[in-house]
Write a protein that binds this ligand. Structure first.
Ligand SMILES: C[S@@+](CC[C@H](N)C(=O)[O-])C[C@H]1O[C@@H](n2cnc3c(N)ncnc32)[C@H](O)[C@@H]1O
Length: 152
């Protein structure tokens, strides 16, 4: 989707985004928090880590993540970021929110312990470029801990 159309769409939707998402997921017979947690627990976030969510939306994921890490949320929509700030404030959570494009992340290489994205990549104007950027700003994984397997 062209960038301008995308941010306009999400800016207009932002006051209703949480309600729409929750309703859509419950119509599929699931509970939103459960669906999100199933994915989020794979991230293995620990206190002190620097964690970036690309296209953070209204912050529904950050609200479910463990406290003690440093969270950053980037999104193309000012409206979504405004709702995100409100939601985080209500739960007394903090995150650095950045207006920007997934295709051009304004961070140095290897800046984050965890970089993740949930929902929306199909609407990006250039999904492969966004994935390249996410990989660029994420720290590389530590070497494989089993020397025998490293040789394979
Ligand atoms: C379906 S929402 C997902 C929001 C959130 N991650 C969640 O799980 O609820 C998609 C989000 O992607 C954002 N977005 C769309 N295109 C983007 C782009 N090129 N760069 C950054 N964010 C973008 C939209 O503004 C919107 O907030």
């Amino acid at each position: 989707m062209p960038l301008k159309v995308c941010w306009l769409y999400y800016d207009l939707l932002s006051p209703f985004y949480n309600f729409v998402t929750k309703t859509a997921i419950s119509l599929m017979g699931a509970a939103e928090a459960e669906v999100r947690r199933e994915y989020l627990c794979e991230l293995e976030i620990a206190p002190g880590m620097h964690v970036l969510e690309v296209s953070v939306g209204t912050g529904s994921n950050i609200c479910l993540l463990p406290r003690g890490a440093f969270y950053y949320g980037l999104d193309i929509s000012r409206g979504q970021l405004r709702q995100c700030a409100k939601n985080l404030r209500r739960l007394q959570l903090s995150a650095r929110l950045i207006l920007g494009e997934a295709e051009h992340l304004p961070f140095r290489d290897n800046s984050f312990d965890v970089v993740f994205h949930m929902g929306g990549i199909n609407f990006f104007s250039d999904p492969p470029q966004a994935v390249r950027e996410m990989l660029r700003v994420a720290k590389p994984p530590p070497p494989w801990p089993c020397p025998a397997l490293q040789k394979i």
